[in-house]
Design a protein around this ligand. Structure first.
Ligand code: C5P
Length: 317
């Protein structure tokens, strides 16, 4: 996450506020290495942090309550999942869960009112919920003066979800292993530019993994090429041998579950530009471009052909 703007003094004072902008991610590649006894899957994935942000305003509350209000703007406003989240119980939101987890584990009696301004589309595989949860852990650690170490924050992050650890430090790029919670930062030799296409209806991560399990007889062995492939993308934005398709083992199940994902990937294959694929468990797909203007131009073209949110984005610097 970005450095929060801390306006607090030495001790938490009612009304003290913190504003945090927390990024989305793209998975340049994702391999499933096998099922685990705990019901999760071991995986290997390369994530890149991108310049699309949710904003969270944390205001210290008078009581020990955790309050949350959400606004949906930009690319997230179209998603059908946004309407569901607005009408759903806030306790299911990962932001509230992160705040309550901190209270429980530290015995902190302070509360907070959180305003979440969502730009990152929901159920898109762009990591918005995980990023918001990580931002909440890091921000409340400061606002509530909890003094938890980075490794203590990472332990809590892993309890909240598989992608939350990536966003605790939000490296520019990282190779993530285990459930996704073991994060090894990678060097990024080249700024990436992309068009992201996000259908209006998202995909549930659990449903996509379940579909993968249903249809894959035996887990494939680890493939060394994910690292090579991602290296090529991180260094030059292109794959070797004129190949354009990235590797994502969740793509086939996602295409079966969503006609929109299938149509988008087919269209991206027929469009110019560089490598393309799906991010995480979907439903957002991306097309890498050589430059930011090329990404803007192709986004405008794809917007006329596809439904959903279509936008140009660059990796962070
Ligand atoms: O960890 P997170 O809550 O984001 O995962 C959502 C769901 O996705 C899990 O309940 C699980 O069904 C599936 N999942 C998985 N293996 C992973 C990550 C997620 O099976 N490594």
């Amino acid at each position: 996450m970005n450095h929060p703007e801390d306006t607090t003094g030495k001790r938490p004072v009612p009304g003290a506020v913190l504003l945090v902008h927390t990024p989305a991610k793209l998975n340049l590649g994702l391999r499933i290495l096998g099922r685990r006894p705990d019901g999760y899957h071991d995986l290997e994935t390369v994530m890149v942090s991108i310049g699309l942000y949710d904003s969270l305003l944390f205001r210290l509350a008078e009581s020990s309550e955790v309050g949350l209000s959400c606004r949906f703007i930009g690319p997230s406003a179209r998603s059908a999942a946004a309407a569901t989240l607005l009408s759903g119980s806030p306790t299911r939101n990962l932001v509230v869960q992160a705040a309550r987890l901190l209270q429980r584990r530290t015995g902190c009696g302070l509360g907070v009112d959180i305003t979440l301004c969502k730009r990152i589309p929901l159920q898109s595989g762009l990591g918005g919920g995980s990023s918001d949860a990580a931002a909440t852990l890091v921000a409340l650690n400061r606002l509530w003066r909890l003094r938890l170490s980075r490794s203590e924050l990472h332990a809590l992050a892993a309890e909240l979800g598989s992608d939350v650890n990536f966003f605790v430090d939000s490296p520019l790029a990282a190779l993530c292993r285990g459930r996704g919670e073991r994060v090894e930062p990678l060097r990024m030799g080249h700024r990436l530019h992309a068009v992201v296409v996000c259908p209006n209806s998202g995909l549930s991560t659990a449903a996509v993994f379940a579909e993968w399990s249903r249809t894959v007889a035996a887990a494939e062995g680890p493939e060394a090429s994910l690292h090579q492939l991602s290296r090529a993308l991180l260094e030059g934005g292109r794959l070797a041998g004129g190949r354009r398709k990235t590797v994502n083992d969740l793509e086939a199940p996602a295409r079966r579950l969503s006609g929109d994902v299938d149509a988008i990937l087919s269209q991206l294959g027929r469009t110019g530009g560089g490598a393309f694929g799906m991010s995480g468990s979907g439903a957002a797909c991306f097309l890498l471009c050589r430059t930011a203007p090329e990404a803007k131009r192709l986004a405008a073209r794809l917007r006329r052909m596809l439904r959903g949110s279509v936008f140009a984005v660059s990796s962070r610097t």
